[in-house]
Design a protein. Structure first.
Length: 433
């Protein structure tokens, strides 16, 4: 029975594939197609009760690929797209590539590209560029590089968009040195950089700490002056706490007629908070509200403002920012609430900090490790030992797996506070708030 089943399987596999019976029996589950060794079942597997729907122009559903190999999948794709216009055919092939190669990682990228070339389904430079961009957005720089290098083996010349894609992938996947190599290679081949090219190049330079060189690109190349490029350089200056250089670039943006976006303002306000320049942050925030009163601001911008106020103990200003969020009907994130608790702790308003904590418990905002660390700081700063201290100590112990973590250090500090002999300053229980 087993021999009969195996012989029948090999026979029908060879019939479907157009091969011969002896080759099918000899190879078993691995057959050769035109010199390429493919592992898997080559026969087209279909369920008679559940036939796949035809991929017409109005039905772009993905193919159901079950137990097939690369070649079988590509042949089925070819058969289902024969009657379609070329533009629609390429569009569906690109969709299936992104679904089965990038999203589900069902097939090897280079093997699929070689199979498409064998069956006259491409690939072209647009298809490979789409794959490069998709892999880089997934964070897989190795596959993006394989796609780019496969162009040479397939006889496809990379164009300017391809170089822009691999340059952006280098910056996105934190491979700035590789990105600089591709930029020089692009110039050697005579391609003229565009604004997208300069943005990725500036991103690579700032990741390497070469901020002055990145700013010189903005100065020397007018096509490089975009909001995104300015934001990259401002963020680089902000990370190094070079506040006045960042503000100088922000002023130049306004002079060039460029409107800073929320990310530009957020990175700058965060830097101002770390530099204890809360007054400058408040001035910048008020200026933005005055110039663009109808702009829908992001929650991260408000979180940066609250953190900047909390760093200098400006509790009333932080609460005012929170009221602006409520007025604009924005949902405050856990980061905003943590910043408010930190501001209360800096100002010695422990009771208000626990009111915010109780509000978080009753709402959809879930307290995290930073919440309990901020509450612990408030208790330690005011030297409070009561039921609230025991409660926060129990919560922090859940995050104290590593003895060197900040939660573990705050746990030990609270334990020392509870073991001290000084009389408690406040003796209110958490339930009485």
């Amino acid at each position: 029975f087993f021999f009969f089943f195996f012989f029948s399987f090999a026979f029908w596999s060879s019939v479907v594939d157009g091969g011969n019976i002896l080759k099918a029996i000899h190879c078993g589950v691995s057959l050769r197609h035109g010199g390429e060794r493919v592992v898997g079942n080559v026969g087209v597997h279909r369920d008679n009760d559940k036939e796949e729907e035809d991929m017409g122009p109005g039905n772009p559903r993905p193919l159901r690929v079950v137990g097939r190999d690369v070649i079988g999948w590509i042949r089925d794709l070819r058969d289902k797209t024969l009657e379609m216009p070329r533009w629609r055919r390429l569009q569906l092939i690109n969709d299936r590539l992104l679904l089965n190669v990038v999203e589900k990682k069902r097939f090897d990228t280079v093997a699929v590209l070689q199979g498409l070339r064998k069956h006259n389904l491409g690939p072209d430079v647009v298809m490979i560029t789409i794959l490069i961009d998709a892999w880089s957005r997934k964070g897989d720089f190795r596959e993006a590089m394989r796609c780019f290098r496969s162009m040479h083996n397939l006889g496809i010349m990379p164009n300017q968009i391809s170089y822009n894609a691999i340059l952006a992938a280098s910056a996105r996947c934190k491979k700035p040195s590789t990105g600089l190599v591709f930029y020089e290679e692009m110039l050697d081949k005579g391609f003229i950089p565009t604004s997208h090219t300069y943005s990725s190049y500036i991103d690579c330079l700032t990741r390497l700490g070469r901020v002055e060189q990145a700013e010189s690109i903005l100065t020397d190349q007018p096509s490089a002056e975009t909001v995104f490029a300015y934001t990259l350089v401002i963020a680089a200056y902000s990370r190094q706490l070079m506040i006045f250089d960042a503000l100088r670039l922000l002023k130049r943006m306004y002079e060039k007629g460029l409107t800073p976006n929320e990310k530009t303002l957020t990175v700058l306000i965060r830097a101002l908070g770390r530099a204890k320049e809360a007054n400058l942050a408040i001035k910048l925030f008020n200026q933005e509200l005055r110039l663009h009163p109808d702009r829908v601001l992001d929650d991260r911008l408000f979180a940066a403002m609250v953190a900047a106020c909390a760093a200098t103990g400006k509790l009333q200003e932080a609460l005012f920012i929170y009221r602006i969020m409520k007025r604009k009907k924005l949902v405050a994130s856990v980061t905003v609430h943590n910043g408010l608790i930190h501001a209360c702790g800096q100002a010695g308003a422990v009771q208000r900090a626990f009111i915010i904590y109780r509000y978080m418990q009753s709402s959809t905002v879930t307290p995290n490790e930073s919440t309990f660390i901020a509450l612990a700081n408030a208790l330690l700063r005011s030297n409070i030992r009561d039921s609230r201290t025991h409660h926060i100590l129990a919560e922090l112990q859940r995050y104290s797996e590593s003895p060197r973590s900040l939660a573990a250090r705050k746990t030990r500090a609270l334990q020392r506070l509870l073991q001290s002999s000084h009389p408690p300053i406040l003796n209110q229980s958490l339930s009485k708030l």
